[in-house]
Design a protein around this ligand. Structure first.
Ligand code: PMT
Length: 307
């Protein structure tokens, strides 16, 4: 895949400059019900967590590989997507057009629209310290996730995996999927005689446990989203015990923008992180994780990293 060869050059460049590098996954996966897809099951995620986090990793001197779902929020451009709803989805191509229209050549001689700065910030990072890749279906996500992790192996302990995407736990494997649009009112493809559709969804292979094989020295952070506070700690610790991730960010759907818990093997009670003093939550999360990552790097006696 061409994009992976460009990504490999991006990773090698930053690795040679001793820059820490993070894979940020963002947005929710889609599970198609048909090969010629008309319907799908979606996992909830606006991409706010991933895109805000990417900005703060960049601010800390990291190179960022951003694996996102098209239509979900992008770093910097997230600030204008909602404000300028009329623009629709702000794609990297649209961002370039906006930057060209309102950027350097305007020379500040007229009132620049308020959305120019985020666009400039995006342009400044894109393809230099930030590399974008997109996925739609859960299958595409899992394939890209694996390939990127394998490329990150070259960075040893300098790499971090920050898996904020909401990945479906259930899907329909390709060989079990209907070819064409599932018809209502006609028995077949799961539609039975009384007109009800019975879907059989299969478990998606969990990939967290394999990260250790793909990039064995990377610092791995996974996420846990729950709606029931009573099970958040247990489910978060499970990822540490079962998949050996270094840290888990646990959050509750309704409060996810204001507070979250950070669990590690050493701190099983968890550290409460909250928005404070005008800082968004991601700034708090990334500050703590970067310290933990630098500790992880120094424990390996690794090369000095740029900070
Ligand atoms: O985007 P926002 O609107 O800001 O919302 C952010 C968020 C709530 C989506 C985010 O903070 C979050 O919690 N993301 C993880 C959601 C979740 O619980 O996903 P999960 O239970 O499907 O997966 C748990 C972890 O395993 C995740 O790190 C996921 O990336 C990973 N996973 C899941 C399934 C799978 N097959 N392989 C995986 O690696």
């Amino acid at each position: 895949m061409e994009v992976l060869s460009s990504l490999s050059s991006f990773i090698n460049l930053h690795q040679s400059e001793a820059r820490p590098i993070v894979l940020v996954t963002s947005g929710g996966t889609s599970v198609p019900l048909e090969k010629n897809m008309v319907r799908s099951l979606e996992n909830f995620s606006t991409g706010s967590r991933g895109s805000c986090s990417a900005e703060h990793f960049l601010a800390k001197g990291y190179a960022v590989v951003f694996l996102y779902r098209p239509g979900s929020l992008l770093p910097f451009l997230r600030m204008i997507s909602s404000e300028y709803g009329g623009l629709g989805e702000i794609t990297p191509r649209l961002a370039s057009t906006l930057a060209a229209s309102f950027g350097e050549e305007a020379g500040g001689s007229f009132d620049l629209p308020s959305f120019v700065d985020p666009v400039k910030e995006f342009e400044r990072a894109n393809n230099k310290t930030m590399f974008l890749l997109d996925y739609k279906s859960v299958t595409q996500y899992l394939e890209l996730f694996e390939e990127i992790c394998k490329l990150l192996d070259a960075c040893g302990r300098q790499a971090m995996v920050y898996a904020a995407s909401a990945v479906s736990d259930f899907y329909i494997p390709e060989e079990k999927m209907a070819q064409h649009k599932i018809q209502s009112g006609e028995a077949g493809n799961g539609v039975n005689e009384d007109g009800c559709l019975n879907l059989k969804l299969y478990p998606v292979p969990k990939k967290l446990g394999s990260i250790g094989e793909w990039c064995s020295k990377a610092f791995v952070v996974s996420f846990k989203l729950e709606t029931d506070t009573n099970i958040l700690q247990r489910k978060s610790l499970r990822a540490i015990d079962k998949y050996k991730v270094n840290a888990v960010v646990g959050n509750i759907l309704s409060t996810r923008k204001k507070t979250c818990m950070l669990y590690t093997g050493e701190d099983r009670d968890g550290l409460t992180l909250k928005t404070s003093g005008g800082k968004i939550l991601e700034e708090e999360i990334i500050a703590v994780l970067v310290d933990m990552h630098f500790q992880h790097i120094s424990e390996g006696g690794g090369a000095e990293v740029f900070r």
